[in-house]
Design a protein around this ligand. Structure first.
Ligand SMILES: *Cc1c(COP(=O)(O)O)cnc(C)c1O
Length: 373
Protein backbone atom coordinates (compact mmCIF):
# COMPACT_ATOMS: atom_id res chain seq x y z
CA UNK A 1 0.00 0.00 0.00
CA UNK A 2 1.09 3.53 -0.66
CA UNK A 3 1.06 5.56 2.50
CA UNK A 4 -2.45 7.11 2.55
CA UNK A 5 -1.11 10.00 4.65
CA UNK A 6 1.35 11.00 1.95
CA UNK A 7 0.11 14.04 0.08
CA UNK A 8 -0.07 13.65 -3.66
CA UNK A 9 -0.08 16.85 -5.69
CA UNK A 10 -1.07 17.48 -9.28
CA UNK A 11 2.61 17.41 -10.15
CA UNK A 12 6.02 16.83 -8.66
CA UNK A 13 9.18 18.28 -10.20
CA UNK A 14 11.56 15.95 -11.97
CA UNK A 15 15.02 16.29 -10.41
CA UNK A 16 18.30 14.76 -11.56
CA UNK A 17 20.38 12.87 -8.97
CA UNK A 18 22.11 15.51 -6.83
CA UNK A 19 25.57 14.03 -7.46
CA UNK A 20 25.10 14.67 -11.18
CA UNK A 21 24.39 18.32 -10.48
CA UNK A 22 27.50 18.94 -8.36
CA UNK A 23 30.05 18.80 -11.24
CA UNK A 24 28.06 21.52 -13.03
CA UNK A 25 28.21 23.70 -9.93
CA UNK A 26 31.94 23.08 -9.66
CA UNK A 27 32.34 24.26 -13.24
CA UNK A 28 30.39 27.44 -12.48
CA UNK A 29 32.54 28.12 -9.41
CA UNK A 30 35.65 27.50 -11.48
CA UNK A 31 34.55 29.75 -14.41
CA UNK A 32 33.04 32.44 -12.22
CA UNK A 33 30.53 33.06 -14.98
CA UNK A 34 27.13 33.06 -13.30
CA UNK A 35 24.90 34.58 -15.98
CA UNK A 36 24.93 36.74 -19.17
CA UNK A 37 25.03 34.11 -21.90
CA UNK A 38 27.52 31.85 -20.11
CA UNK A 39 28.80 28.50 -21.40
CA UNK A 40 25.89 26.39 -20.03
CA UNK A 41 23.40 28.93 -21.36
CA UNK A 42 24.96 28.67 -24.84
CA UNK A 43 25.03 24.89 -24.66
CA UNK A 44 21.40 24.66 -23.53
CA UNK A 45 20.21 26.91 -26.36
CA UNK A 46 22.02 24.66 -28.85
CA UNK A 47 20.78 21.42 -27.35
CA UNK A 48 17.19 22.68 -27.09
CA UNK A 49 17.21 23.77 -30.74
CA UNK A 50 18.29 20.26 -31.69
CA UNK A 51 15.88 18.46 -29.39
CA UNK A 52 12.86 20.62 -30.17
CA UNK A 53 13.60 20.94 -33.90
CA UNK A 54 13.53 24.75 -33.95
CA UNK A 55 15.87 27.27 -35.56
CA UNK A 56 16.35 29.78 -32.75
CA UNK A 57 15.61 29.85 -29.06
CA UNK A 58 16.29 32.57 -26.47
CA UNK A 59 16.33 31.48 -22.86
CA UNK A 60 14.55 33.51 -20.18
CA UNK A 61 14.30 33.71 -16.40
CA UNK A 62 10.64 32.60 -16.58
CA UNK A 63 7.76 32.17 -18.99
CA UNK A 64 5.80 35.24 -17.94
CA UNK A 65 8.61 37.69 -18.65
CA UNK A 66 9.23 35.81 -21.90
CA UNK A 67 5.58 36.43 -22.88
CA UNK A 68 5.87 40.12 -21.98
CA UNK A 69 9.09 40.39 -23.99
CA UNK A 70 7.64 38.52 -26.99
CA UNK A 71 4.90 41.16 -27.24
CA UNK A 72 7.58 43.89 -27.03
CA UNK A 73 9.70 42.20 -29.68
CA UNK A 74 6.81 42.32 -32.16
CA UNK A 75 5.81 45.83 -31.02
CA UNK A 76 2.25 44.68 -30.34
CA UNK A 77 -0.21 47.42 -29.32
CA UNK A 78 -3.97 48.03 -29.23
CA UNK A 79 -6.08 44.87 -28.90
CA UNK A 80 -5.06 41.23 -28.88
CA UNK A 81 -7.42 38.29 -29.25
CA UNK A 82 -6.80 35.59 -26.67
CA UNK A 83 -8.36 32.73 -24.73
CA UNK A 84 -9.89 32.94 -21.25
CA UNK A 85 -8.99 29.28 -20.69
CA UNK A 86 -5.38 29.41 -19.56
CA UNK A 87 -3.10 30.27 -16.68
CA UNK A 88 -3.61 33.91 -15.74
CA UNK A 89 -0.10 34.93 -16.89
CA UNK A 90 -1.21 34.71 -20.53
CA UNK A 91 -3.49 37.74 -20.16
CA UNK A 92 -1.31 39.48 -17.57
CA UNK A 93 1.42 39.69 -20.22
CA UNK A 94 -0.96 41.79 -22.35
CA UNK A 95 -1.90 43.98 -19.41
CA UNK A 96 1.77 44.68 -18.61
CA UNK A 97 2.14 45.90 -22.19
CA UNK A 98 -0.89 48.18 -21.97
CA UNK A 99 -2.70 45.99 -24.51
CA UNK A 100 -6.44 45.36 -24.29
CA UNK A 101 -7.25 41.65 -24.12
CA UNK A 102 -10.22 40.52 -26.21
CA UNK A 103 -11.45 37.12 -25.09
CA UNK A 104 -12.79 34.59 -27.56
CA UNK A 105 -14.36 31.23 -26.70
CA UNK A 106 -12.59 27.85 -26.92
CA UNK A 107 -13.54 24.89 -29.07
CA UNK A 108 -15.29 22.02 -27.28
CA UNK A 109 -12.95 19.10 -28.02
CA UNK A 110 -9.52 20.22 -26.83
CA UNK A 111 -10.32 23.64 -25.31
CA UNK A 112 -7.99 25.69 -27.51
CA UNK A 113 -9.02 29.05 -29.02
CA UNK A 114 -11.87 28.51 -31.51
CA UNK A 115 -10.75 29.89 -34.90
CA UNK A 116 -14.35 30.11 -36.14
CA UNK A 117 -15.05 32.77 -33.51
CA UNK A 118 -11.94 34.91 -34.03
CA UNK A 119 -13.05 37.01 -37.01
CA UNK A 120 -16.08 38.43 -35.24
CA UNK A 121 -13.76 39.80 -32.52
CA UNK A 122 -11.38 41.62 -34.88
CA UNK A 123 -11.57 45.44 -34.84
CA UNK A 124 -9.38 48.12 -36.48
CA UNK A 125 -7.29 48.06 -33.27
CA UNK A 126 -6.53 44.33 -33.37
CA UNK A 127 -2.84 43.64 -33.95
CA UNK A 128 -2.29 40.06 -32.88
CA UNK A 129 -3.68 36.72 -31.70
CA UNK A 130 -2.37 35.07 -28.53
CA UNK A 131 -3.64 31.46 -28.41
CA UNK A 132 -2.53 28.77 -25.97
CA UNK A 133 -1.68 25.14 -26.77
CA UNK A 134 -3.56 24.31 -23.61
CA UNK A 135 -2.55 21.02 -21.86
CA UNK A 136 -0.04 20.67 -24.71
CA UNK A 137 -2.80 20.05 -27.26
CA UNK A 138 -2.00 21.91 -30.48
CA UNK A 139 -4.27 24.80 -31.50
CA UNK A 140 -5.78 24.73 -34.96
CA UNK A 141 -2.64 26.44 -36.23
CA UNK A 142 -3.57 26.40 -39.91
CA UNK A 143 -6.96 28.09 -39.44
CA UNK A 144 -5.43 30.65 -37.08
CA UNK A 145 -2.62 31.48 -39.54
CA UNK A 146 -5.13 31.91 -42.35
CA UNK A 147 -7.03 34.52 -40.34
CA UNK A 148 -3.77 36.21 -39.32
CA UNK A 149 -2.67 36.43 -42.94
CA UNK A 150 -6.02 37.84 -44.08
CA UNK A 151 -6.08 40.56 -41.43
CA UNK A 152 -2.29 41.13 -41.17
CA UNK A 153 -2.12 40.05 -37.54
CA UNK A 154 0.85 38.60 -35.66
CA UNK A 155 0.47 35.26 -33.89
CA UNK A 156 2.21 34.54 -30.59
CA UNK A 157 1.62 31.09 -29.15
CA UNK A 158 1.68 30.54 -25.42
CA UNK A 159 3.41 27.16 -25.60
CA UNK A 160 4.05 26.92 -21.85
CA UNK A 161 2.28 23.53 -21.65
CA UNK A 162 4.18 21.96 -24.51
CA UNK A 163 7.56 20.36 -24.71
CA UNK A 164 8.55 18.34 -27.76
CA UNK A 165 5.00 18.27 -29.15
CA UNK A 166 4.95 17.50 -32.88
CA UNK A 167 2.16 17.37 -35.45
CA UNK A 168 2.89 15.04 -38.36
CA UNK A 169 6.54 15.30 -37.27
CA UNK A 170 6.45 19.12 -37.46
CA UNK A 171 7.30 20.79 -34.14
CA UNK A 172 4.30 22.77 -32.94
CA UNK A 173 6.76 25.52 -31.91
CA UNK A 174 7.42 26.31 -35.56
CA UNK A 175 3.96 27.81 -36.11
CA UNK A 176 3.12 31.45 -35.53
CA UNK A 177 5.55 34.37 -35.36
CA UNK A 178 6.81 33.47 -31.90
CA UNK A 179 6.20 30.72 -29.34
CA UNK A 180 6.76 31.17 -25.63
CA UNK A 181 7.74 28.34 -23.30
CA UNK A 182 7.91 27.95 -19.52
CA UNK A 183 10.43 25.83 -17.65
CA UNK A 184 8.82 26.39 -14.25
CA UNK A 185 9.24 23.67 -11.61
CA UNK A 186 5.74 22.34 -12.37
CA UNK A 187 6.30 21.89 -16.09
CA UNK A 188 7.38 18.77 -18.04
CA UNK A 189 10.89 20.23 -18.44
CA UNK A 190 12.12 22.49 -15.66
CA UNK A 191 15.05 24.76 -14.87
CA UNK A 192 13.68 25.62 -11.35
CA UNK A 193 12.20 28.75 -12.93
CA UNK A 194 12.77 29.47 -16.59
CA UNK A 195 11.34 30.10 -19.99
CA UNK A 196 12.14 30.72 -23.63
CA UNK A 197 11.03 32.38 -26.84
CA UNK A 198 11.26 30.41 -30.07
CA UNK A 199 11.66 32.44 -33.28
CA UNK A 200 12.45 31.68 -36.88
CA UNK A 201 15.13 34.13 -37.97
CA UNK A 202 18.46 35.51 -36.84
CA UNK A 203 17.36 39.18 -36.77
CA UNK A 204 14.44 38.45 -34.44
CA UNK A 205 16.67 36.28 -32.22
CA UNK A 206 19.09 39.20 -31.87
CA UNK A 207 16.25 41.59 -31.07
CA UNK A 208 14.88 39.28 -28.36
CA UNK A 209 18.36 38.74 -26.89
CA UNK A 210 18.86 42.51 -26.71
CA UNK A 211 15.49 43.02 -25.07
CA UNK A 212 16.14 40.45 -22.35
CA UNK A 213 19.41 42.20 -21.46
CA UNK A 214 18.27 45.83 -20.91
CA UNK A 215 18.36 46.51 -24.66
CA UNK A 216 22.16 46.30 -24.86
CA UNK A 217 23.46 45.57 -28.36
CA UNK A 218 27.10 46.16 -27.43
CA UNK A 219 29.14 47.54 -24.57
CA UNK A 220 27.87 51.10 -24.93
CA UNK A 221 24.91 50.71 -27.27
CA UNK A 222 21.34 50.46 -26.00
CA UNK A 223 18.90 49.93 -28.85
CA UNK A 224 15.63 49.48 -26.95
CA UNK A 225 14.10 49.88 -23.49
CA UNK A 226 14.82 46.28 -22.55
CA UNK A 227 14.39 44.40 -19.32
CA UNK A 228 16.48 42.01 -17.24
CA UNK A 229 15.07 38.60 -18.13
CA UNK A 230 18.20 36.48 -18.42
CA UNK A 231 18.48 32.83 -17.45
CA UNK A 232 21.45 32.14 -15.16
CA UNK A 233 24.04 29.38 -15.34
CA UNK A 234 22.58 27.28 -12.51
CA UNK A 235 19.22 27.21 -14.30
CA UNK A 236 20.89 26.35 -17.61
CA UNK A 237 22.87 23.52 -15.97
CA UNK A 238 19.62 22.11 -14.62
CA UNK A 239 18.18 22.25 -18.14
CA UNK A 240 21.12 20.31 -19.57
CA UNK A 241 20.55 17.55 -17.01
CA UNK A 242 16.80 17.52 -17.63
CA UNK A 243 17.38 16.98 -21.33
CA UNK A 244 19.19 13.70 -20.61
CA UNK A 245 16.03 12.14 -19.17
CA UNK A 246 13.24 14.02 -20.93
CA UNK A 247 12.29 11.21 -23.34
CA UNK A 248 11.98 8.74 -20.46
CA UNK A 249 9.94 11.29 -18.47
CA UNK A 250 7.46 11.83 -21.28
CA UNK A 251 7.21 8.07 -21.87
CA UNK A 252 6.33 7.54 -18.19
CA UNK A 253 3.71 10.29 -18.37
CA UNK A 254 2.23 8.60 -21.43
CA UNK A 255 1.83 5.32 -19.54
CA UNK A 256 0.12 7.14 -16.68
CA UNK A 257 -2.31 8.81 -19.10
CA UNK A 258 -3.07 5.43 -20.68
CA UNK A 259 -3.73 3.84 -17.30
CA UNK A 260 -6.04 6.69 -16.26
CA UNK A 261 -8.00 6.32 -19.50
CA UNK A 262 -8.33 2.58 -19.01
CA UNK A 263 -9.49 2.90 -15.40
CA UNK A 264 -11.82 5.88 -15.92
CA UNK A 265 -13.46 4.73 -19.14
CA UNK A 266 -16.33 2.90 -17.47
CA UNK A 267 -17.31 5.62 -15.00
CA UNK A 268 -20.52 7.54 -15.59
CA UNK A 269 -20.23 11.23 -16.35
CA UNK A 270 -16.43 11.33 -16.64
CA UNK A 271 -14.88 12.60 -19.82
CA UNK A 272 -11.16 12.68 -20.65
CA UNK A 273 -9.18 13.72 -23.71
CA UNK A 274 -7.82 11.16 -26.15
CA UNK A 275 -4.52 11.58 -27.98
CA UNK A 276 -4.88 13.33 -31.31
CA UNK A 277 -3.99 11.34 -34.43
CA UNK A 278 -0.52 12.20 -35.80
CA UNK A 279 0.35 14.26 -32.71
CA UNK A 280 3.28 13.38 -30.45
CA UNK A 281 2.01 14.53 -27.05
CA UNK A 282 3.94 15.52 -23.91
CA UNK A 283 1.25 14.59 -21.33
CA UNK A 284 1.82 17.69 -19.24
CA UNK A 285 -1.65 17.50 -17.65
CA UNK A 286 -4.46 14.98 -17.31
CA UNK A 287 -7.72 16.95 -17.28
CA UNK A 288 -11.07 15.23 -16.76
CA UNK A 289 -14.53 16.78 -17.05
CA UNK A 290 -17.24 15.83 -14.61
CA UNK A 291 -20.84 16.01 -15.78
CA UNK A 292 -22.71 16.46 -12.52
CA UNK A 293 -26.02 15.12 -13.85
CA UNK A 294 -24.52 11.90 -15.18
CA UNK A 295 -21.87 11.40 -12.53
CA UNK A 296 -23.95 12.22 -9.49
CA UNK A 297 -21.27 14.28 -7.80
CA UNK A 298 -20.14 17.70 -8.97
CA UNK A 299 -16.60 18.67 -9.96
CA UNK A 300 -16.14 20.37 -6.61
CA UNK A 301 -17.52 17.28 -4.88
CA UNK A 302 -14.92 15.09 -6.57
CA UNK A 303 -12.22 17.67 -5.87
CA UNK A 304 -13.09 17.65 -2.14
CA UNK A 305 -13.30 13.85 -1.95
CA UNK A 306 -9.84 13.53 -3.45
CA UNK A 307 -8.50 16.25 -1.17
CA UNK A 308 -9.96 14.45 1.84
CA UNK A 309 -7.82 11.51 0.79
CA UNK A 310 -4.65 13.60 0.47
CA UNK A 311 -4.89 13.80 -3.30
CA UNK A 312 -4.61 17.37 -4.49
CA UNK A 313 -5.94 17.72 -8.01
CA UNK A 314 -6.14 21.24 -9.42
CA UNK A 315 -9.04 23.02 -11.04
CA UNK A 316 -7.02 24.14 -14.09
CA UNK A 317 -8.58 26.36 -15.31
CA UNK A 318 -11.05 27.74 -12.85
CA UNK A 319 -12.01 30.53 -12.70
CA UNK A 320 -11.56 31.67 -16.30
CA UNK A 321 -9.06 34.52 -16.69
CA UNK A 322 -11.98 36.66 -17.87
CA UNK A 323 -13.66 36.11 -14.48
CA UNK A 324 -10.85 37.65 -12.41
CA UNK A 325 -11.50 41.19 -11.09
CA UNK A 326 -8.91 42.82 -13.40
CA UNK A 327 -10.61 41.53 -16.54
CA UNK A 328 -14.26 40.89 -15.73
CA UNK A 329 -15.32 44.42 -16.68
CA UNK A 330 -14.20 43.97 -20.29
CA UNK A 331 -16.99 43.64 -22.82
CA UNK A 332 -15.64 40.35 -24.16
CA UNK A 333 -15.58 38.93 -20.59
CA UNK A 334 -19.30 39.22 -19.93
CA UNK A 335 -21.20 36.11 -18.79
CA UNK A 336 -22.81 34.17 -21.61
CA UNK A 337 -20.32 35.32 -24.26
CA UNK A 338 -18.12 32.22 -24.04
CA UNK A 339 -20.49 29.32 -23.36
CA UNK A 340 -17.95 26.52 -23.93
CA UNK A 341 -15.28 27.99 -21.65
CA UNK A 342 -17.91 28.86 -19.05
CA UNK A 343 -19.06 25.23 -18.99
CA UNK A 344 -15.63 23.59 -19.07
CA UNK A 345 -14.31 25.74 -16.22
CA UNK A 346 -17.12 24.41 -13.98
CA UNK A 347 -16.43 20.75 -14.88
CA UNK A 348 -12.68 20.41 -15.08
CA UNK A 349 -10.17 18.95 -12.68
CA UNK A 350 -6.58 18.00 -13.50
CA UNK A 351 -5.51 14.73 -11.94
CA UNK A 352 -1.94 14.15 -10.69
CA UNK A 353 0.50 13.24 -13.44
CA UNK A 354 4.30 13.08 -13.12
CA UNK A 355 6.92 10.45 -13.88
CA UNK A 356 7.28 9.17 -10.30
CA UNK A 357 3.54 8.79 -9.69
CA UNK A 358 2.93 5.21 -8.57
CA UNK A 359 0.48 2.84 -10.21
CA UNK A 360 -1.12 2.25 -6.82
CA UNK A 361 -1.85 5.94 -6.41
CA UNK A 362 -3.45 6.10 -9.84
CA UNK A 363 -5.66 3.09 -9.03
CA UNK A 364 -6.59 4.72 -5.73
CA UNK A 365 -7.55 8.00 -7.44
CA UNK A 366 -9.71 6.21 -10.00
CA UNK A 367 -11.37 4.14 -7.28
CA UNK A 368 -12.22 7.27 -5.31
CA UNK A 369 -13.78 8.84 -8.39
CA UNK A 370 -15.71 5.62 -9.11
CA UNK A 371 -17.00 5.41 -5.56
CA UNK A 372 -18.05 9.02 -5.67
CA UNK A 373 -20.71 8.48 -8.31
C1 LIG B 1 3.29 28.26 -16.47
C2 LIG B 1 2.56 29.08 -17.45
C3 LIG B 1 2.89 30.41 -17.72
C4 LIG B 1 3.88 31.18 -16.92
O1 LIG B 1 5.13 30.63 -16.89
P1 LIG B 1 6.12 30.96 -15.66
O2 LIG B 1 7.40 30.32 -16.12
O3 LIG B 1 5.54 30.33 -14.44
O4 LIG B 1 6.23 32.43 -15.56
C5 LIG B 1 2.20 31.07 -18.74
N1 LIG B 1 1.23 30.47 -19.44
C6 LIG B 1 0.85 29.21 -19.18
C7 LIG B 1 -0.23 28.60 -20.01
C8 LIG B 1 1.48 28.48 -18.17
O5 LIG B 1 1.07 27.25 -17.89
Amino acid sequence: MTNPKKKIFVTQPTLPPLDEFIPYLEKIWENKILTNDGPFHKQLEEELCNYLGVKHISLFCNGTVALITALQALKITGEVITTPYSFVATTHALWWNNIKPVFVDIEPDYFTLDPSKIEAAITPNTTAILPVHVYGNPCNVEAIQKIADTYHLKVIYDACHTFGVNMKDIPILNFGDLSVMSFHATKVFNTFEGGAIVCHDETMKKRIDNLKNFGFAGETTVVAPGINAKMNEVQAAMGLLQLKTIDASIEKRKHIAELYRKELSGINGIRFLEDIKDVKHCYSYFPILIDKEKHGASRDGVYETLKGNNIHGRRYFYPLISQFPTYKGLESAQAGKMPIAEKVTEEVICLPIYPELEVESIMNICELIQKNN
